[in-house]
Write a protein that binds this ligand. Sequence first.
Ligand code: MG
Length: 373
Amino acid sequence: MTTAAIIVAAGRGTRAGGDLPKQWQMLSGMPVLAHTIAALQGQVDLLVLVINPADRARAEDFGLPLVEGGETRAQSVRNALEWLADKGITRVLVHDGARPLLPRAVTARVLAALEDHPAAAPALPVTDALWRGAERVEGTADRTGLWRAQTPQGFRFDAILAAHRAHAGEAADDVEVARAAGLAVAIVAGDEDNLKLTFPGDFARAEAILKGRGMDIRLGNGFDVHAFAPGDHVWLCGVKVAHSSALLGHSDADVGMHALTDAIYGALAEGDIGVHFPPSDPQWKGAESHIFLRHAMGRVAARGFVLANCDVTLICERPKIGPHQGAMRAALGAIMGVDVDRISVKATTSERLGFTGREEGIAAMATAALVRA
Ligand code: MG
């Protein structure tokens, strides 16, 4: 099952005020779209951004595939679906770029409903009384069975692609397109926080909701072991250290950097080095470990986090680590783009006990803390 999400951000809507379309305005120090992307990341396999061509330069910073929008919202979504058509996608979510506070539970409910339904979308029941009229109340309307529609709207991919190909003209949303093609759309519970930024006041409300959520703090740990093999140096935390043995491994066997990289992936709940750089793939044979660490830090930035600090412990009898600690912290800092005072490297022996005590190899453990304000 491969799930994609299309974030529709091609609109030029400026009802929210300001010079920029609302999805590019700042919210708690980041563009609205950066929040929206972060809200979906980790829950889908592939994210696609539908943009207005005028926004291409800004949008490239996100490092996501970009598709240019069309004349209408329906055409914009269609363009993204066509772009995804040959990519083995089985489920797709379509989400408004201007809904940056999407709770993860809402996305999870939509995805779960797609197990049993060809389409599913979040909504909230209408609770206010409904009136008709202009300046005076001219009538009331029954709210029974009425819902306020939200996104992400989820679909089995082939079904919504066919529905869009068959649909002519504009549609309020993709549920309308799906229903026109005869698809049954399940309703799942939406969330009041999943508001669509439309008017200037919505930004203040969104800021308040973000403040209420507080800081998002993630911790991860990593552990790695490499065995000794014949050689005259080892690589540890990016520093070449002379030694009577080398470390065995499919790359430079930098056990410290591997543990640290896994700690970062762990904090993001994005697997480990083996997931991102499969050892079975020949292109990573002999790859230098800084490639892995840089990739992990790229994921940190893409998810809207920064590294608060990290701590690496090397476990070995020899070589002595102390003389190299400063160089190791500096090397890691340069690779990660992080101040050295946020990076700790320390070492311990295992009192001659166990495999590290018998000098059969080196073990390393690491912790990383990430924060998103
Ligand atoms: Mg390793």
